[in-house]
Ligand binder design. Structure first.
Ligand SMILES: CC(C)(COP(=O)(O)OP(=O)(O)OC[C@H]1O[C@@H](n2cnc3c(N)ncnc32)[C@H](O)[C@@H]1OP(=O)(O)O)[C@@H](O)C(=O)NCCC(=O)NCCS
Length: 345
């Protein structure tokens, strides 16, 4: 066996005996609905202003799914594009993981509905719920199946129809979110280290900061729960903001440490697209240059599990990331949850 080629980073998984088979993102795809909701339209819906929204968040517009367009539809469209780009047939997929907080329905899983829609008849399928951190959680779960040689092809999707759980009379939240989906095909690429590490974390003691209180076993749907508007997303914005900056910074720093990388060696940083001020604060603490950041939240707002997946797709299609580049993904969400991943593209 020939000696591994020298790299400017350490592969932390090598210490676990995984060096034999790596896991790469071999293609990405994304889909956002056609309908654009601008800040000007929101000005007519709630007591807000374009000036407030852009200066406090950086968001200018977001996409809204049609009434007959569901999370599984957005997810399937993103997945089909990723499959086409990788020249992988739906029947080749071994496993589908959908990360979402807005499944089409509580069960069956949206992953099973995607399986049917794209014709991936051989695939196992399940959803994961890690809110905005779901896409990186999904990549890390999918990675296990590839490196362990259990499966050859895993489809990971982050997809949301957040417009279905937004209280359109609450200016604190309705200006922030949007709909969309992003997908990634995971396979082994022998010439790449691929997903070098993913640092994931959670803090359930802060679960109440961001939640949808009703619709589960604790508070099933009732006339009362609807009247009390409990089927909508609720958030303590200020506390969420503080926790996001801290957790994203710590996760990013830990993932870089594991790979023995300096932030300057990262070609492209793709942060969760929730708020430009959160991105700026994390970037400053990491000592990153603004030119390293990929930001598209001005056009899509916060699309939760789809956020970094859509941004990754755009960064790749725009040529901001090419083979061999080092990429840092870093996310934060309800749970609380957070994660950062380093990828040799
Ligand atoms: C929501 C967020 C933008 C609010 O920004 P902020 O600087 O913290 O603003 P505050 O909460 O201090 O609110 C300031 C004022 O603006 C008001 N305000 C809130 N939303 C508004 C809106 N859309 N338009 C106008 N005013 C608004 C508030 O009511 C408050 O008014 P008050 O002082 O009279 O009570 C910010 O906290 C945030 O981005 N938090 C994290 C959200 C997030 O990323 N969540 C998802 C995590 S995955």
């Amino acid at each position: 066996m020939s000696a591994p080629k020298p790299t400017p980073f350490k592969n932390p998984r090598a210490a676990h005996g995984f060096l034999g088979r790596t896991c790469s993102i071999v293609s990405v795809g994304a889909y956002v609905p056609a309908r654009i909701l601008t800040n000007a339209e929101l000005e007519r819906m709630v007591n807000t202003s374009d000036e407030w929204i852009t200066s406090r968040t950086g968001i200018r517009q977001r996409r809204m799914a049609a009434d007959d367009e569901f999370t599984s539809d957005l997810a399937s469209k993103a997945a089909l594009l990723a499959l086409e780009r990788a020249q992988v047939k739906p029947e080749q997929i071994d496993l589908i993981i959908v990360a979402t907080i807005t499944p089409d329905m509580p069960f069956p899983s949206t992953a099973c509905l995607v399986q049917r829609k794209i014709g991936a008849r051989r695939a196992a399928a399940f959803d994961i719920e890690a809110a905005c951190s779901g896409f990186i959680y999904g990549l890390e779960i999918g990675q296990q199946f590839i490196t362990s040689r259990t499966y050859d092809t895993v489809l990971v999707i982050g997809a949301e129809k957040l417009s279905s759980i937004i209280d359109w009379s609450d200016r604190n939240t309705c200006v922030l979110f949007g709909d969309g989906a992003g997908a990634a095909i995971l396979q082994n690429r022998p010439d790449s280290h691929g997903l070098l590490t993913a640092c994931m974390g959670a803090d359930g003691s802060k679960a109440d900061l961001l939640s949808m209180p009703a619709g589960g076993s604790r508070c099933p749907a009732s006339a009362q729960s609807v009247a009390n508007r409990l089927h909508f997303l609720r958030m303590d914005g200020k506390e969420t903001f503080k926790n996001a900056v801290n957790a994203m910074y710590q996760a990013a720093r830990e993932s870089l440490r594991r790979c023995e990388l300096d932030i300057k060696q990262i070609k492209c940083i793709i942060p969760h697209q929730a708020n430009q001020r959160i991105i700026n604060a994390v970037s400053e603490r990491l000592g990153a240059d603004p030119s390293q950041l990929f930001v598209n939240l001005d056009r899509y707002g916060n699309t939760s599990a789809a956020s970094v997946a859509i941004a990754l797709d755009e960064a790749v299609t725009q040529g901001r990331i090419v083979r061999g580049d080092l990429v840092l993904l870093v996310v934060f969400g309800a749970g609380l949850t957070w994660a950062a991943a380093v990828i040799e593209w």
